[in-house]
Design a protein around this ligand. Sequence first.
Ligand code: MRU
Length: 364
Amino acid sequence: MKVDGTPYRTIWVADDGVAVEIIDQTRLPHEFVTVRLDTAAEAACAIKDMLVRGAPLIGVTAAYGVALAMRQDPSDAGLGAAYETLIATRPTAVNLRWALDDMRALLAPLPPAERTAAAYARAAEICDQDVAICSAIGDHGLALIGDMWQAKGRNGRVDLLTHCNAGWLATVDWGTALAPVYKAHDAGIPIHVWVDETRPRNQGDGLTAWELGRHGVPHTVIVDNAGGHLMQHGQVDLCITGTDRTTATGDVCNKIGTYLKALAASDNNVPFYVALPGPTIDWTIRDGLAEVPIEERDPSEVTHVTGRADGGEIVSVAVTPDGTPAANYAFDVTPARLVTGLITERGVCPASAEGLADLYPEHR
Ligand code: MRU
């Protein structure tokens, strides 16, 4: 995607061929700043502190984190330590484990002297694969949106609601939930996006609105509780969200609040789709509610909000009385029964064990 005319991915290897560069997403939407990562520890901090976030990008950053670690210490101990440091950063997005397992399986059998080059090459492949996957998700989602537009008699616009940020900032490029939006917009389908602000970290306000705006996609930010009202009044044609971990049976874990949107969609007969790359499927679990680890983050994200003051400075202000207890659950699980379909790189399938196994027979 382009930022002020310059094409960007969310992560790339620096000109020196060694360091890894990222966009610092904690500074958006008010400042566009890139950051250089030189060590695995810095990559781990970038994930933990959410300079990078979004399940696919977390996985790719971890893969590059292993490459950076191999430069410092390519021994078995170095590989093991990098794996442990990176896997401990965030618990919910399974792409993290997927990428680290992939890197370890490739590197462990190699002699240490060969590990650094192999790690950089594999991380670059995972990056390119993510772009191809998200582009394919976009194509399948475009077909859905196109059908919806046809069904409306090609009159007016398609109104889509999304939650959190599952756009190109959450992946390497294109996004998952937003890839179909970009493809529809580029294909000339009039599409408008309702953007949930997504408290407490406001990924909708800060990231989704920013990237849709840069691409010229019409959108409107709404408070998290407005979606149900809009659905009751026929103002949402479909919902598409991303996911951090989807079980083998189609239960979907995503940013906190996704479940409530799915409930409202179900009550109002609004199709509720979830867009995901294959590496977001956790084939080892079948019960999302019981088995997906839900990240709990610092309560200060709930008690405070950060934004730009009229004077231009970035400030954090308290929104609760001093000392108020707060709980900060970062994700929730939407049961498969509330999901109309899963949009993957291999096509759209029902959110069920059968549906997923048909698309990914190697996991049957
Ligand atoms: O806490 P975040 O910002 O990492 O949460 C991100 C999400 O919940 C996204 O919807 C999910 O990772 C899918 S991204 C393509």
